[in-house]
Design a protein around this ligand. Sequence first.
Ligand SMILES: C[S@@+](CC[C@H](N)C(=O)[O-])C[C@H]1O[C@@H](n2cnc3c(N)ncnc32)[C@H](O)[C@@H]1O
Length: 399
Amino acid sequence: MIDFSFSPAMLMMPRKLPHSAWLGHIPFASWLLEVQRPELIVELGTHNGASFLALCQAVEAQQLSARVFAIDTWEGDEHAGFYGNEIYAELRDYQQRHYAGISEMMRMRFDQALEYFADGSVDLLHVDGLHTYEAVREDFESWRAKLSPRAVVIFHDSCVRERGFGVWQYWSEISKQFPSFEFTHTHGLGVLLVGEQQPEKLLHLAGAAARGEFAAINQLFDSLGRNIKNVEEIERVNGGLVAAHNEIGRLNQEEARLRAALDKNIEDSHEQIARLNAEEAQLRALLDKSGEEAREQMARSSLEEARLRGLLERNAEETNERYAAVESQLPALAQALSLLERRVLDGLEGSRGLLNEAMHTEREASVASVIESVIPRLEEQDRKLNHLMRPWWRRLSGR
Ligand SMILES: C[S@@+](CC[C@H](N)C(=O)[O-])C[C@H]1O[C@@H](n2cnc3c(N)ncnc32)[C@H](O)[C@@H]1O
């Protein structure tokens, strides 16, 4: 049975809990700082800062004089996924407000940061960049010279065997070369005691691990870590609930707005329909009136036509009657004309006889001259009468 004493540092509850696969290791990280008391902490791979902020908080809470450096491109990688600048911006804002005095964020590749650290200066190195075998090996070996005699190196994801993760493989090699122990919960965390000057408590755990007595410690920190993971999950779910609640509120408002708009639309439509109905009635009345007027006009026209037709018929009748009357009078007229002509001719004949008689007597010479003057006038009258009467006479008598 391993002898292990409890410390309140194990119970540190992170102030900020970004969603991360690292949260379950925070109780151990806090305890580690208490035991190791590092001066210089370097993290290779920070993303949204779960491990970085926990280390900062532990430094602050334990009033250590350590400085914490977070190195990352904050662009992501094949295993963490690639992400936007907002991750860096949010973390930077938080770090500046809470841990500006004890920490620094270096936005660059791990190898580019090497020149800013003296050899033998780093007491705690957290390797959590790309998780391929080659990348982890490169990260450890390139930073090895920077490690101090008290150096501890922790490797995250030492238990993941999928998607090309190779930390487990490198850990199986490197863990044989130094005192070490490994947590198997929360994707695994290998703890490598690289420096020769190590706190007794860490060597004690490494010894326990070597003897196969580490399971209880692993379980203890797993349980403590689960507490933090649960809190984060509750916060996340609560955040989701708050967001959902807000969304429901927003949707309710939106619904009320849409309903009001709908009601107004319906009201407008009703008014529109009423207006259209009134207009339709007006038009229908106009149409009816026009139809009536047209019908009246047609009736008037029919009456006028009938009247004209009647007039026409009466005219024709009267004409026929008059024509018949004239026709009936024609024989009498013809007879009268014939008589008149006879009389005129007889008169002429008589006048001529008288004239001849008078011409034989001298005493009647003057009368003869008078008569002589009358004769042309009588002939003229005869001629005119002929001229007037002949056509009638011919037509009536058929000659
Ligand atoms: C697994 S995440 C880090 C997780 C973080 N420690 C936590 O607590 O959640 C890996 C990070 O390493 C960064 N990274 C990978 N390779 C890198 C390199 N060569 N130089 C700088 N950053 C690198 C990625 O941008 C990514 O943000």
